[in-house]
Design a protein around this ligand. Structure first.
Ligand SMILES: [Zn+2]
Length: 183
């Protein structure tokens, strides 16, 4: 950040009084521009024994497979974000289940949250950010072409839990960079 979004004056990096981290502080109006983690929310939607996957039409990780997911917007709930992203990326209508994975990614200042969900009908089609949106069984999951480590983790937890016949919330933290990041 170079300029204040409030008044347009140059900002400088300094530790405000009573704070412990450097922040972008406006020299003119005194506004402190905090930068905080972003939340990515998505859904693992089931139809019979298959799940809904999308192939990315955008960078990063163009052409790789993912669950419908994206950045949460202001003034929406996590659940609303999961519904919206699934509609935008897969054109699909879902009914949300419980939160399934909660993943801290401190190296990129993100949190990824994926819900379980049930696909309501088969009237779905890829949105602008997807090349494909299809239902796949476990045997057909393209494990070598999954876009993000958090999605790979979520899929593995899902199939393991399904085998056990019991689903629980999985929360974890990834300490090392994954191959791709949401932007
Ligand atoms: Zn300012």
């Amino acid at each position: 950040m170079n300029f204040c979004s409030h008044c347009g004056a140059p900002v400088s990096l300094k530790i405000p009084a009573g704070d412990s981290l450097p922040r972008h502080v406006c020299e003119q109006c005194g506004t402190i521009h905090y930068q905080n983690p972003k939340v990515v929310v998505g859904a693992l939607a089931e139809w019979e024994d298959k799940i809904l996957l999308c192939r990315r039409a955008i960078e990063p990780r163009y052409g790789f497979w993912t669950l419908p997911a994206g950045f949460m917007e202001n003034n929406e709930t996590c659940g609303e974000a999961a519904l919206r992203e699934t509609r935008e990326e897969a054109g699909a209508r879902i009914e949300l289940g419980s939160m399934f994975t909660f993943i801290d990614l401190p190296h990129i200042s993100q949190i990824h949250i994926i819900y379980r969900a049930r696909l309501l009908d088969l009237e779905f089609s890829p949105g602008e950010e997807s090349l494909d949106a299809i239902l796949l069984g476990e045997a057909d999951i393209p494990w070598d072409d999954i876009a993000f480590r958090s999605i790979d983790y979520t899929l593995k937890c899902f199939f393991e839990d399904r085998r056990k016949g019991e689903f629980e919330l999985h929360s974890t933290s990834f300490a090392i960079p994954s191959p791709g990041t949401y932007r």
